[in-house]
Design a protein around this ligand. Structure first.
Ligand SMILES: [Zn+2]
Length: 240
């Protein structure tokens, strides 16, 4: 039988699996999970592990004991995407604006960052080295995230392999308002109310979009609350 257009569209399209793409996906999953893998250059990369004690004045490894370090490490590597991992770390780095001491007349500001780990809902400040070692991430990664914090980027995203050419249905003004709203929430002490909890009532780095949405409507579009939802069907991913 001759295949018509409509017949064609009914058939499930099976994407041809490309072996090199498959390999890349597998590598990516291993990297995210902190597992050993063969790098692009063909070198064996060993699994991630927690680094040595920072031995600093803050006594980070005393404040964050072995069990907690293990829990944080496992939690981080159980996140399923780069974006989630980045957002998680991002939420634990806080920027502090400091005016340069030596030259008070100068307007130039320099930033310092404070690093934390979050355990059972409590944030504990640690030094940069401990922060890097507990999550087994490089200073370079931390710097990249800190720079995004400097640029007031809300949620860092891994830019690899993304398409920025998807059409949008939400007006730029609305997007701006939503961005500001999220930024306000993130800066406020309310942030924890907008984070999802896992089954053990532990906060996760994931935002509860439904709650944010309702809050946004309460603030900016109270009339829209009774309207059918879906009008503002916006995903966090959309903003980045
Ligand atoms: Zn330390």
């Amino acid at each position: 039988m001759e295949e018509t257009e409509s017949n064609k569209s009914k058939q499930p399209k099976r994407k041809q699996r490309n072996p090199s793409e498959w390999k890349r996906e597998k590598r990516k999953r291993s990297i995210i999970a902190g597992e050993s893998h063969i790098s692009v250059k063909g070198e064996l990369v060993l699994p991630k592990k927690i680094g040595a004690d920072c031995n600093c004045k803050l006594k980070c490894y005393k404040k964050v004991d072995e069990n907690t370090r293990q829990r944080l490490f496992k939690g981080y590597y159980s996140l399923k995407t780069y974006d989630e991992q980045n957002a998680y770390l991002f939420g634990l780095i806080k920027k502090q604006d400091v005016k340069r001491k030596k030259n008070l007349e100068s307007d130039r500001r320099t930033c310092t960052y404070k690093y934390h780990v979050r355990d059972q809902g409590k944030e504990i400040q640690v030094c940069k080295l401990a922060f890097a070692h507990i999550h087994a991430v490089s200073f370079r990664k931390i710097r990249t995230l800190s720079e995004k914090l400097d640029q007031n980027i809300l949620f860092p995203r891994d830019g690899r392999g993304r398409h920025n050419n998807r059409p949008t249905k939400v007006s730029p003004t609305t997007i701006e308002m939503i961005k500001n709203h999220i930024f306000q929430v993130m800066k406020s002490n309310e942030l924890k109310n907008f984070l999802k909890e896992d089954k053990n009532k532990q906060m996760t780095p994931e935002l509860n979009v439904a709650k944010l949405h309702t809050h946004y409507l309460q603030m900016y579009e109270p009339d829209a609350i009774n309207m059918a939802t879906g009008k503002f069907h916006v995903k966090i991913a959309f903003f980045i």
